[in-house]
Design a protein around this ligand. Structure first.
Ligand code: 6R9
Length: 676
């Protein structure tokens, strides 16, 4: 199966996970214009679109020069002579860490808070820009002393603690390429990523805290490095929860002995604009996760530009909180790079939203006077379930911009976000006259930064729509043949022109890069999402049209989970679908055919869930595993997941006329009723 394989017309299949969402969406006609007050103070004005349309590379060149400090100016904004391999800001030299740190200190902002940190147990730390710069310099010296040099890969397996940001920036400073692996991924997943990137150094912690209890991380690193022949020379361990850890002498080092002891003098050098900055693995439609490669100059330009304009950032007064984990691209672009390059004050919170109580986030907003909040629909829907009286107990009056990312936001969640969070003007039920604008931001690991979103002082927002490509971005919705659809119609979301923060490739596999993203439609980047243009030409995202599921805003591949299931000796065959789920958007539902006597094992479902957790990570564990005698297949042997999805979502199965065995759906339904 090829990577760009499309499983069905997106306008028919609503994979956004909200039942009749598509129909409802198209009848959504509420509009919320920005207030006069917001417009008059807004960072982004309507002129940006016009400027970008006139001369796109020139527009980006201006952003690059105004938002960033270059060690050597670039000679050309874009080199697109060898598509799809783009070079942005050609010949430029720049240091990402200098841009995120030193230059703010040189500009007299050393005392501004860069990071407010709140640990799950309630411990706090504050890093000013001066202190953060010093910490990053020490880390850069320490990494160099461990033999890490420009171009080397560093695997990062850390919780949401300041050392995660320090590590990323220290790598960037010395030109090393970080590969952050989400702490919720298993030892096997970590080993695969370490091997694929041939990492030299791993940075981890003893662990973290989860719902009031210590939770371990280092054992997974030990497990991942058990096999001979890996490339890792050292494991640097941050002490976080003080739990005892196993120790490999000569390989393992404590952060406090190594980094804290290093010199705080470190002179940054400019790296080529196209110097690799990081690799981040993401799920595609084939089994093996892809290492998405991002480089320096273009990535920094677009993350800083979008962070400033989409969130209307006023860095001297705002407190910005993006709730994403650094294990995801949102944590790269909108926890670390965009905000710090822009000199913002950010909040980092280590734990879960319900620890020790379900008001923890709102308590943090009140405590730190968070003014910009950026989170995911799955979190909003969870808060909806917990009840509006919880946030109402807190003073959220500081909030002035709200962001959403990760999956389509259904209009109900959008309205709740606006009314309950964006309108709160105090803990006694006071309401704002002008609720905070909501920006629904569409983008991907591959796009590096936000691509489609309203501009808060410009766009009249619509609940549930990401609306307009940002100035400088040329996105479109096209039909099967790559023709632009007219307003009121649906199709496939594509990007027509290169953009600065676009992925530069898949680590170690240039062919797969072309094949995956650039072969479905000629000369266009195909994102994997279905979308629709409404009567105004605004874009509504409808979810993935390939075999990628979106569970709580996390990308999971059906094929990857299927491979994990069939790797268990009891499983003969498996098919996985994403079924609509009220809270998580989609939930993983697996249909399995068991081997031999495995069906007699009463614990088999639990065993298989654990097995997937071990192979990929707890987030990939199927919510439901259904044991079936057969799977519906076409004559060419392709599993018809659409039919299984109907079953998983409690519907009558749809058209099964292309099945090799027409009676199969009846057999499956019967067996599910009886229990095999
Ligand atoms: C940033 C991020 C990307 C996929 C993407 C799409 C979905 C993200 C969305 C959205 C509708 C939004 N997605 N933002 N769908 N509206 N505002 O999430 O990156 O983890 O790579 O996922 O997420 O399906 O293709 P990533």
């Amino acid at each position: 199966m090829s990577d760009n394989h499309v499983t069905g017309p997106p306008v028919l299949a609503d994979s956004s996970g909200h039942g009749d969402a598509l129909e409802n969406l198209m009848h959504e006609n509420r509009r919320f214009s920005p207030s006069d007050e917001f417009i008059s103070g807004a960072v982004a004005g309507p002129g940006l679109h016009a400027e970008a349309e006139k001369d796109r590379p020139g527009f980006w060149a201006r952003q690059a020069r105004e938002l960033l400090s270059w060690d050597r100016d670039f000679t050309q904004a874009l080199d697109w002579t060898d598509p799809p391999f783009a070079k942005w800001f050609v010949d430029g030299q720049i240091n990402a860490a200098y841009n995120a740190l030193d230059r703010h200190v040189e500009n007299g902002l050393g005392d501004r808070v860069a990071i407010y940190f709140e640990g799950e147990p309630g411990d706090t730390r504050t890093y000013t820009y001066a202190r953060l710069t010093e910490e990053v310099k020490k880390a850069a010296n320490a990494f160099e002393s461990l033999g890490v040099t420009k171009g080397d890969r560093v695997a990062v397996y850390l919780p949401m603690i300041p050392e995660a940001v320090i590590t990323m920036l220290a790598c960037a400073r010395i030109g090393a390429v970080h590969s952050v692996v989400f702490g919720g991924f298993s030892a096997d997943a970590l080993r695969n990523r370490i091997e694929d990137a041939q990492a030299k150094l791993v940075i981890t912690s003893d662990g973290t805290y989860r719902r009031g209890k210590p939770s371990a991380l280092k054992p997974a690193v030990d497990e991942a490095l058990k096999a001979e022949g890996h490339t890792v020379g050292h494991v640097l361990v941050v002490r976080r929860n003080n739990e005892p850890v196993a120790w490999t002498e000569g390989r393992d080092l404590w952060w406090e002995d190594t980094v804290d002891a290093a010199s705080a003098e470190h002179i940054p050098v400019g790296h080529d604009s196209e110097q690799p900055l990081f690799i981040l693995y993401t799920s595609g439609t084939t089994g093996k996760p892809k290492g998405i490669l991002h480089t320096t100059g273009g990535y920094l330009t677009q993350t800083a530009y979008t962070h400033q304009n989409v969130f209307d950032l006023k860095p001297d007064t705002d407190v910005y909180w993006c709730t994403a984990d650094i294990g995801w691209v949102t944590g790269h672009s909108y926890v670390t790079y965009g905000p710090l390059v822009n000199g913002a004050s950010i909040l980092i919170y280590e734990g879960t939203p319900d620890s020790p109580h379900q008001g923890r986030w709102w308590e943090l907003v009140e405590k730190y006077k968070v003014s910009i909040l950026y989170t995911a629909p799955t979190a909003i829907r969870t808060f909806m379930k917990w009840g509006r009286e919880i946030p109402a107990k807190y003073d959220l009056s500081s909030i002035r911009v709200l962001g959403s990312v990760g999956e389509p936001i259904n209009p109900e969640a959008w309205m709740w976000y606006r009314e309950v969070i964006g309108s709160n003007a105090g803990k006694h039920g006071e309401q704002k006259d002008n609720p905070a604008p909501i920006v629904d931001t569409w983008w991907q690991t591959e796009t590096g930064a936000i691509m489609i979103a309203p501009l808060p002082g410009v766009t009249a927002t619509k609940p549930g729509s990401a609306q307009t490509p940002l100035p400088g971005i040329v996105a479109d919705v096209v039909d099967e043949n790559g023709q632009s659809v007219s307003n009121g119609h649906g199709g496939y979301l594509v990007i027509r022109e290169p953009w600065p923060s676009m992925l530069r490739g898949i680590w170690g596999d240039p062919e797969r890069f072309k094949e995956t993203y650039w072969s479905r439609f000629q000369d266009m980047y195909f994102a994997g999402d279905g979308a629709k243009k409404d009567e105004d030409g605004d874009i509504w995202l409808l979810g993935r049209v390939d075999d990628v599921m979106n569970v709580s805003g996390h990308r999971l591949s059906t094929t990857e989970i299927e491979s994990a299931l069939v790797s268990h000796p009891s499983v003969a065959e498996a098919a996985v679908v994403g079924a609509a789920d009220e809270t998580t958007g989609q939930a993983v539902v697996a249909f399995v055919i068991l081997r031999g006597t495995a069906a007699e094992d009463h614990d088999i479902v639990r065993t298989l869930r654990e097995h997937v957790g071990k192979e990929i990570g707890p987030i990939a564990k199927p919510k439901t595993i259904l044991v079936v005698p057969e799977l519906p297949k076409t004559r060419s042997g392709k599993i018809m997941r659409r039919l299984l999805q109907d079953l998983a979502e409690g519907r009558e199965a749809g058209d099964s006329s292309t099945l090799a065995d027409a009676g199969i759906m009846g057999t499956i339904t019967e067996s599910l009723k009886k229990g095999v």
